[in-house]
Design a protein around this ligand. Structure first.
Ligand code: GLC
Length: 631
């Protein structure tokens, strides 16, 4: 090779830099996708002033966001809180237009750092009208099928991308240890090993991290994938009596062996973000727990994505809410929180944090660590190269293939707890060619009830106008032979049940929709109307009860009366999955992901506990063979 080649290359490169400079276009390394992410982060962080750095640490709800706010305050992230939508039944295109509008504001800032938009897609893209609504996590835990939840993650990522969004606050990897907790249905199981297995959903949401990747670095595998969020760190499912946002009183071994395994698995999978829990561990708020957030999560577990707060969590660190706000900001940032879900009073948060930094209460090194983590996730996501929505996914929302997957998940989530009053006379599967079937109950023809909380609205809803889907009743009507008469009565009286020659009854009852603290419940009885329907039907004709609930409920008083009992959890939009199994197109295969107690006085009671005396134990579930199908 000619001796003069190296100097020549150097000369040419120098000439290029000079020419670029003369043209007035500075070469910005952070904008060069050929550069390693670490160099892009270093280059960009060097260029940022304090306002720009702190702006990146702020997440606001779309309700207070505008392009001007994004530009003027250099806000790093926007979210849709539960039910925060552009308008009722907004189309994917309207979502895209909204997200792109905010993004243009961010791109018009001095350094043009794109914002990241987050949303709770916790059982499908559940805020969005016509999205596929998958079974809530408790039902997925009953499937014992990590590959299924991985496929659900992939489908969810596509439907989220259909609306121009690229970040989801999922999966919830809580280990619910007391069903009195209003969020128990967001937990896959009381067993940490099942929860750990279900973190495969992250492989679906983000893409499967290549073997040999360094532990802890965030990973996103393409434009059809999204950034995930393991939540809520840590011990959210272990609070006293299941009181939401309360105190998890347990020794370190118990915390690490029960509530931590899911996080380690998620970090090995390259999860991009972790959300801190409102709850406390032995009296210390998780949002103020530096030892667990920084020393353990970021240190021992080597997590290199960013830690986000929960909604208004800093306001809730003190009592009354928002008291000692400055001290809450100080302790949360010093604990290791990187992005704060403010979500409304962003000017107060920004001013408070600027004051804490400029008065040397918080070192710039802590701010730089937070900013580096946020930028690492944004560079990994490809947000600098592709900040605007990719409209090629717009037809993925509610796609039939995703609905078919949800229907498969419903089938596999059903747990058969009782099948006939006499051992060798099983009631299920039901014959499709019966003369007349009574379908009864508040949850048979009610899409809102069968989807549960976090559906269109934060608390979910009631009735069939909430979103698109198939009710359990419709699924039953479509499953039986045309000669079979289906009669639906939500709450039939005894004489009606007795005098109409029904072959048998299908009673579909359960809990109304709820989310978070609204779901905290100390008695866990089936709502009275449901109890009355069970009594009026099952005392007079053969019946199968299909229970729609986020958790086990008190069944003892009704058990003698019912011929068959199915736990269907919160199945979501594809109610046909229930009929598929009731009528034998598929067999029952689900297993209890949680202990089914006899009385609430036994709680908390989990598999492995001493004096374990359940009605149905963890892992219980009867099976049936499909009729006329090869297995
Ligand atoms: C809620 C929940 C959290 C959710 C967040 C944003 O209060 O605790 O799971 O991701 O706020 O909606």
């Amino acid at each position: 090779m000619a001796k003069t080649s190296v100097p020549l290359v150097g000369f040419l490169l120098f000439s290029l830099l000079v020419a670029t400079a003369q043209a007035g276009v500075e070469y910005m390394k952070y904008k060069d996708p050929r550069q390693p992410i670490s160099k892009r982060i270093r280059d960009l962080t060097k260029r940022m002033n304090l306002d720009e750095k702190i702006g990146q640490m702020v997440q606001i709800d779309r309700q207070v966001a505008t392009a001007a706010v994004m530009r003027d305050y250099k806000i790093g992230s926007i979210l849709s809180g539960g039910g925060s939508i552009p308008r009722l039944q907004a189309t994917p295109q309207e979502w895209i237009n909204m997200v792109n509008g905010f993004q243009n504001g961010s791109l018009s800032t001095r350094l043009g750092i794109p914002m990241i938009y987050g949303i709770d897609a916790v059982h499908g893209h559940n805020n969005v009208y016509n999205a596929t609504i998958f079974p809530h996590n408790v039902g997925l835990g009953a499937t014992r099928d990590p590959d299924l939840v991985k496929r659900i993650g992939s489908a969810t990522a596509l439907e989220v991308r259909a609306t121009g969004i690229s970040y989801v606050f999922a999966p919830c990897i809580a280990v619910c240890r007391d069903p009195r907790w209003g969020r128990c249905y967001e937990s896959y199981s009381e067993d940490p090993n099942i929860v750990r297995g279900m973190t495969d959903i992250i492989d679906g949401l983000q893409g499967e991290i290549p073997r040999g990747s360094p532990k802890g670095a965030p990973y996103v595998g393409g434009k059809d994938k999204v950034v995930a969020c393991a939540k809520h760190f840590v011990g959210d499912g272990g609070t006293t009596k299941g009181i939401n946002e309360n105190d998890t009183v347990i020794d370190r071994h118990g915390l690490l062996s029960i509530h931590m395994p899911g996080y380690n698995a998620a970090i090995y999978k390259g999860v991009g973000t972790v959300m801190a829990s409102y709850s406390s561990w032995n009296g210390v708020k998780m949002h103020a727990n530096r030892e667990l957030v920084t020393d353990f999560l970021k240190g021992a577990l080597r997590f290199r994505g960013f830690v986000i707060s929960d909604w208004q969590a800093l306001d809730r660190m003190a009592y009354p809410v928002h008291a000692n706000y400055t001290y809450s900001v100080l302790t949360a940032i010093q604990a290791g929180l990187d992005m704060i879900m403010v979500p409304y009073n962003y000017t107060e948060f920004i001013d408070t944090l600027i004051g804490l930094v400029t008065n040397n209460f918080i070192p710039m090194s802590r701010i730089d660590d937070a900013v580096r983590r946020i930028l690492r996730v944004k560079f990994t996501l490809g947000l600098f190269e592709n900040p605007m929505a990719d409209e090629s996914f717009v037809d993925q929302l509610g796609h039939q293939a995703n609905r078919d997957l949800a229907r498969e998940a419903v089938r596999k989530s059903l747990v058969l707890l009782k099948n006939g009053k006499i051992a060798d006379e099983p009631m299920l599967p039901l014959p499709k060619n019966s003369s007349k079937i009574l379908v009864a109950g508040s949850h048979a023809d009610n899409l809102g009830n069968q989807c549960g909380g976090w559906t269109i609205n934060w608390q979910g809803g009631d009735g069939n106008n909430l979103t698109a889907g198939t009710t359990i009743l419709k699924g039953i009507s479509e499953a039986v032979d045309p000669s079979t008469e289906i009669v639906y009565q939500e709450n039939p009286d005894i004489s009606y049940v007795k005098t109409n020659n029904f072959s048998y009854g299908i009673v579909v009852v359960g809990e109304a929709s709820y989310a978070e603290t609204a779901g905290d419940n100390l008695n866990l009885t089936i709502p009275l109307q449901g109890q009355n329907t069970i009594q009026s039907v099952c005392a007079n004709i053969k019946c199968v009860v299909v229970l729609i609930s986020g958790r086990p409920l008190v069944m003892m008083p009704h058990l003698e009366l019912v011929d068959a009992l199915v736990a269907a959890w919160l199945p979501g939009s594809e109610g046909q999955g229930v009929a598929d199994v009731l009528f034998g197109d598929y067999g029952f295969s689900g297993k209890l992901p949680r202990t089914w107690f006899k009385t609430v006085e036994q709680l908390p009671m989990n598999v492995g506990d001493p004096n374990y005396d359940p009605l149905y134990p963890f892992g219980y579930g009867l099976t049936t063979q499909p009729v006329g199908h090869t297995s």
